[in-house]
Design a protein around this ligand. Structure first.
Ligand code: SAH
Length: 322
C-alpha cells in the first residue's frame, strides 16, 4: 500500500539525506489533499493538486524538489524558517518535523480559502510548531525574524528587500523566479547573506505556480511606470539578449510585452529590441548593470554568481569559475 513510508524510501533511494527524508515519513500527505486523488498518486514523487475551484487552485510541490530545496537551505533541527506560499500546509508540516520542537516554521498563504484548509490540515496532523499566516508574502514576517532560511514555494517576479532584511547573517534563501526572458522554465536561485551582502546563484530549472498580489504583477507595474514617465533625453546601450535574465534579477524592474522588454524604475525607462536598450531619464541603474555585463562578456544567468547590496544599487557579476 502506498504510504508516507514508501515516499520516504523513494527519497532515500534518490540520495536525499535521512534527516530531511524523515520529515516526509512523519507527515501523512493525504491530510493536505482536498481533491479526489488516489493514494498511489499522493505518495508518488509528483506534484499533487491539493485544492481547486473556479477561482483558485493550489498544488503541493514535488517532494524530491522540496527536499532538495531544504538541503540547499541547510535546514536542520532547531532552524527557524519562513515559507512563502503555504498552500494547504504540507511542505510547512514536513519542515516542522525536520526542525523539531526547538525550531519554528512561519508559513504565509495569501488566499483565504486555501489558508483555511491549510490551518485545518495542520491541526489534524497535530503540527504545533507552524505559525500559519493569511497575508501577502511580500511583507515576509518581521515578528519572528531573523530566519535561518527562507523558502518560496511560489514563483515570484522578484525577491523583495523585506526577505533579505529578515534573513539572518549567514542565512539562505531559495526562490523560483518568473524570469520573462525564459519561456521554458523558472530559474530557482539560491541566495545567501554574508557580511551584509547578498549572493545569488541559479540552482534549478523549475515550474511553479506564479505568485499573485505584490509578488507578481511586475509587468503591470513596469508598464504603468514606463508610460507615466515623460522624458526627452535619448540614451542607448547595446546588450546581448543572453544576459536579459541577469538584468531582470538585478533590477527587479524589467518585464516582457510580446517581443519587447521594458525597463522602468520610476527614474528612467527603456525599451529593448534588436540587441539595444533605448530610453530616457536617469538610466544609471540599467547602464551600471550593462557595464558589468560587458566586462564579463555578456554571460547567461545560469552561469554566474551575483553579489549585490540590499538596495540592489551596488553589484558585481562573476562568471562561473570565479
Ligand atoms: N507549499 C505549498 C505549495 C504552495 S503552491 C504546499 O506544500 O502545498 C503556491 C501557493 O502560493 C498557492 O497556494 C498560492 O495561493 C500562494 N501565493 C500566491 N501568491 C502569493 C503571495 N503574494 N503571498 C503568499 N502566497 C501566495
Amino acid at each position: 500500500m502506498p504510504s508516507a513510508k514508501s515516499l520516504y524510501e523513494l527519497l532515500l533511494s534518490m540520495g536525499i539525506k535521512e534527516e530531511i527524508a524523515r520529515g516526509f515519513l512523519e507527515v501523512p500527505r493525504e491530510y493536505f489533499v482536498f481533491e479526489r486523488e488516489l493514494l498511489w498518486q499522493i505518495y508518488s514523487d509528483s506534484v499533487v493538486i491539493t485544492y481547486e475551484d473556479e477561482e483558485v487552485h493550489t498544488t503541493s510541490s514535488q517532494p524530491s524538489l522540496m527536499a532538495q530545496f531544504m538541503e540547499e537551505l541547510g535546514i536542520k533541527e532547531g532552524s527557524k524558517i519562513l515559507e512563502i506560499g503555504g498552500g494547504t500546509g504540507y511542505n510547512a508540516a514536513v519542515m516542522a518535523k525536520i526542525v523539531g520542537e526547538t525550531g519554528l516554521v512561519v508559513s504565509i498563504e495569501y488566499n483565504k480559502k486555501i489558508y483555511d484548509l491549510g490551518k485545518k490540515a495542520l491541526e489534524r496532523a497535530g503540527i504545533n510548531n507552524v505559525i500559519f499566516l493569511n497575508k501577502d508574502g511580500f511583507e515576509g514576517e518581521e515578528k519572528y525574524a531573523p530566519y535561518d532560511a527562507i523558502l518560496s514555494a511560489v514563483g515570484v517576479d522578484f525577491v523583495p528587500k523585506n526577505w533579505f532584511e529578515q534573513l539572518k547573517e549567514g542565512g539562505r534563501l531559495i526562490a523560483p523566479l518568473n524570469v520573462k526572458s525564459s519561456t521554458f522554465y523558472q530559474p530557482t536561485l539560491l541566495f545567501w547573506k554574508e557580511n551584509g551582502w547578498i549572493y545569488a546563484k541559479q540552482r534549478f530549472a523549475t515550474s511553479f505556480i506564479k505568485a499573485g498580489g505584490k509578488l507578481g504583477n511586475l509587468a503591470e507595474k513596469v508598464y504603468e511606470m514606463y508610460h507615466s514617465l515623460k522624458c526627452e533625453n535619448f540614451l542607448e546601450f547595446p546588450m546581448a539578449f543572453e544576459s536579459m535574465g541577469i538584468v531582470e534579477v538585478l533590477s527587479a524592474a524589467v518585464s516582457r510585452f510580446g517581443v519587447e522588454f521594458l525597463f522602468a524604475d520610476g527614474k528612467g525607462k527603456a525599451k529593448y529590441s534588436s540587441e539595444f536598450w533605448r530610453g530616457c531619464g536617469d538610466l544609471n541603474r540599467l547602464s551600471n548593470i550593462i557595464n558589468e555585463l560587458e566586462k564579463n562578456d555578456y554571460p547567461n544567468l545560469s552561469k554566474v554568481l551575483l553579489k549585490f547590496d540590499l538596495n540592489r544599487e551596488n553589484f558585481r557579476i562573476f562568471r562561473e569559475g570565479f
